[in-house]
Design a protein around this ligand. Structure first.
Ligand SMILES: *Cc1c(COP(=O)(O)O)cnc(C)c1O
Ligand SMILES: [Zn+2]
Length: 501
């Protein structure tokens, strides 16, 4: 629809103009810094930053119900820059002009209600949000669209040029970074650091295919992260990990979409997300806070962060009920099928602490929770979900396992409706499914294969195994008739088919 045809009250706002007064704010000392350069940590105290809009109260001049209409009408626009996460431009990156925005099809991922059978098994009503249906098949594209749009904006303003973008990754960050950087050639080149053997072959193929320089390093993600931190401190590179606060901004779009897709009714909703480096849960909290403060939603949903027992530093931190006694201690991770979240020292921990406090204070009660799940439950719930029409990755299985655990503990109730995050596409993690079916998951994972889930292809041969079609060697008519008869008979027998003749 063309903007001229929109109702009068939304027409002036439907195409956003650059606005706002963004700055980096340090979560340690509170100091503010200009966004004219890329900063990852506070130049004064070294803590992580969040991007704040000092002029955010201007958004309150528009009533919440009008904002709802603006976003709903923007759905009908044909302007690429507003088709993705920047549908929420004023809340994502109000300073970015539309012609600097990079749009590769990210965001607005489907929210799919689980079927009756799966809801009964889980014990309550829930939906999956399929963030694996993003361009590089994980939610990381949301943050990358934001970070790369900001970098493109710097380039367009002549504030930066010839950028080398780097990141450490458990697989999906590098896939997304390499994809977006390759789109912005020749201005940006990307290099990614991966823990050797701790990224799936599908994930590894992504930055390779996008033409990034790929470096594999012995150790785990936490080791790679230290190296990119060192590189970003000592060399002129653009860090694309979620330490980069622009990533967090982009990932807030997840919350905005959940709000919009449920008609902005967030009461009795519970949003379930996995926690790895904790950028995502930080963004999800921050997004709901902004919509709440702007009057676009009138309740804050519960948020449940989920961690595997093999990588659970955030869970361990919140085990201590007395906030004064809480002390963050990194953990040494063990093997996890939720490999994308296998992180022992999350970079965004200070953001989690600050935003959880802000969120609960705003809600007037505890609304943010962290649960811990077993590796067995992660794998079993992933397979169960996918047997019921979903495309959940292992982290999506982790989330569903976390929902079941949260329900058992009374953190969520049957009166809630849950939105469970399938953070990546199942296909990226098919290797774990294969190991499970082959009963070959290494013992360090502590997972037994449930025979009910195991599934294999069956090779069907005719009686005369020497007379079969091959590549470039088709069978003659009579031979093929015999072949088709034999094979269909075997399949019909396997499937217990009744004859219709
Ligand atoms: C990165 C990632 C996570 C963890 O998100 P954080 O922001 O690091 O907490 C979970 N699932 C998938 C598929 C990921 O790629
Ligand atoms: Zn500081």
């Amino acid at each position: 629809m063309k903007p001229d045809n929109f109702p009068e009250d939304v027409r002036p706002f439907v195409i956003p103009k650059p606005s706002g007064d963004l700055c980096y704010r340090c979560l340690g000392c509170g100091e503010e810094f200009s966004i004219t350069e890329l900063l990852y940590v506070c130049p004064s105290c070294g803590e992580v930053l969040l991007i704040e809009d000092r002029d955010i109260d201007r958004l309150k001049a528009i009533p919440g119900t009008t904002w709802q209409k603006i976003f709903d009408y923007r759905r009908m626009l044909k302007i690429p820059a507003l088709k993705g996460i920047y549908r929420y431009h004023e809340f994502i990156g109000p300073n970015i002009p539309l012609d600097s925005i990079v749009y590769l099809g990210e965001g607005h991922t489907p929210i799919v209600e689980a079927n009756q059978r799966l809801q009964e098994r889980a014990g309550m009503r829930f939906f999956y949000k399929n963030d694996g249906q993003n361009p590089s098949a994980s939610f990381k594209d949301r943050g990358m669209a934001s970070a790369l749009s900001y970098i493109k904006y710097l380039i367009d303003q002549d504030l930066a040029s010839d950028i080398i973008a780097i990141c450490a990754s458990t697989g999906d960050t590098s896939a997304a970074a390499a994809l977006y950087a390759s789109y912005l050639q020749p201005h940006i080149k990307s290099a990614v650091l991966l823990p050797h053997g701790k990224v799936t072959p599908q994930q590894l193929s992504q930055p390779l295919g996008s033409g990034a320089r790929v470096f594999e390093i012995p150790g785990v993600f936490d080791d790679c992260m230290k190296i990119v931190e060192k590189l970003s401190e000592e060399y002129n590179v653009a860090l694309l990990n979620s330490k980069n606060a622009w990533r967090i901004l982009g990932q807030e779009s997840y919350s905005y979409e959940v709000a919009q897709d449920f008609e902005y009714e967030m009461k009795d909703k519970a949003v379930i997300v996995p926690i790895g480096n904790a950028g995502n849960i930080s963004a999800v909290m921050s997004g709901f806070i902004k919509f709440f403060n702007a009057g676009i939603i009138d309740a804050l949903p519960k948020i449940v962060g989920v961690q595997s027992e093999h990588a659970d530093p955030v869970f361990q931190y919140y085990l201590e009920s007395d906030p004064a006694k809480r002390q963050f201690k990194p953990v040494t991770v063990k093997e996890s099928v939720a490999q994308a979240a296998m992180i022992g020292n999350p970079v965004s921990m200070p953001r989690v602490i600050a935003l959880t406090n802000r969120y609960n204070a705003l809600a007037g009660e505890q609304r943010v929770f962290v649960t811990q799940v077993t590796e067995q439950s992660i794998m079993d719930w992933q397979l169960e979900a996918n047997r019921n029409g979903h495309i959940a990755c292992t982290q999506g299985g982790e989330c569903l396992a976390g929902l079941v655990e949260a329900l058992a503990q009374g953190v969520v109730t049957k009166d809630d409706t849950a939105i469970v995050d399938a953070t990546a596409h199942a296909m990226k993690f098919s290797g774990f499914q294969e190991l499970y079916f082959d009963k070959k998951i290494p013992t360090a994972f502590n997972i037994q294969s449930n025979p009910d889930f195991i599934n294999y292809p069956k090779l069907v041969m005719p009686e005369d195994t020497s007379n079969v079609p091959g590549q470039g060697t088709p069978l003659g008519e009579d031979d093929f008739k015999r072949f088709a008869g034999d094979v269909s008979k075997t399949i019909a027998k396997e499937l217990n088919l009744k004859t219709s003749l």
